[in-house]
Design a protein. Structure first.
Length: 286
């Protein structure tokens, strides 16, 4: 509104006078047109829906024509206004003139819509880039921390070896468990069965020290392990379940774990038997 009044003042500073009704009724229809177009572009341009957008733009054009007519031919004549008086009404000339005016303010609305969408897009790109950097940093930190801990465990192992052989063995076993966990985090989806069995034995050894060598557990392996690959951490999950829920210190009912590799069937058989809650339970996995 103030910009329109300033332009009129620059065009004819001698005859110009400040009039709030003049500024309001001259510019208010234009402002309404701009904001209506912005609303329509936000609603139908993202994603683009051509037919609803065209229909609504046409309706806004009709509304703007009526709005300009009311302000120009009905309201403004009752006030002292700057500029020329409204010309004699001619529907054809009036409609053609308003097409250009409408296109001008519709372009203002589209420019505002495009600028805001571009700003939102840039903010979204920056947000995605920030999340990407944070994810990469978290990934690198996750890779660095386990290696640091593994090296620290090796250092502690060397320091504890003269003090306690059992403690040093426990630390070294824990270090090997962590090293295996780091290795399976790589891109390979399978691991050698021999490596998985070594991991199981390390977990059993840790728990044996935890229970002061009172675990009654027999782990038997049958068949050839060469070049046999499995999904990592599948077997250890069942072993950990036995150690957690089973009575593994009962000498009369020891835990039996039998792992069989059948080349004929091309299968791996996992059989476990342990006491739980005063009852014998068998677990069979293939």
């Amino acid at each position: 509104m103030l910009l329109g009044g300033l332009l009129e003042f620059v065009a004819d500073p001698k005859s110009y006078f400040f009039s709030i009704p003049d500024i309001f009724f001259s510019e208010f229809p234009n402002i309404c047109t701009v904001y209506l177009c912005i609303f329509l572009f936000n609603k139908f341009a993202t994603p683009l829906r051509i037919v609803p957008l065209f229909i609504c733009i046409t309706l806004v054009y009709v509304f703007s024509c009526l709005h300009w007519y009311v302000t120009g031919y009905i309201i403004r004549p009752h006030f002292r206004m700057n500029g020329d008086a409204a010309p004699v009404m001619s529907v054809w000339n009036y409609s053609v003139l308003l097409i250009w005016i409408f296109i001008k303010y519709a372009l203002f609305g589209f420019s505002y819509y495009y600028a805001t969408q571009n700003i939102k897009h840039q903010k979204k790109l920056r947000s995605i880039e920030k999340e990407k950097h944070e994810a990469e940093y978290a990934f690198l930190r996750a890779q660095i921390n386990p290696h640091f801990l593994n090296n620290t465990l090796n250092f502690i192992y060397a320091k504890s070896l003269p003090l306690s052989a059992d403690l040093a063995t426990c630390i070294m076993t824990l270090s090997e468990i962590m090293q295996y966990s780091l290795e399976i985090d790589k891109d390979d989806r399978t691991t050698l069965l021999g490596d998985e069995i070594a991991h199981i034995k390390n977990v059993i050894s840790i728990n044996q020290l935890r229970f002061n060598n009172k675990l009654q557990l027999d782990f038997d392996i049958k068949g050839s392990l060469s070049n046999v690959r499995i999904i990592p951490l599948v077997l250890i999950t069942m072993v950990e379940n036995i150690l957690k829920h089973g009575d593994c210190t009962d000498r009369l009912n020891p835990v039996y774990i039998i792992l069989s590799v059948s080349e004929q069937d091309q299968a791996i058989y996992f059989h476990a038997s342990n006491k739980k809650k005063m009852a014998q339970k068998n677990y069979l996995a293939v």
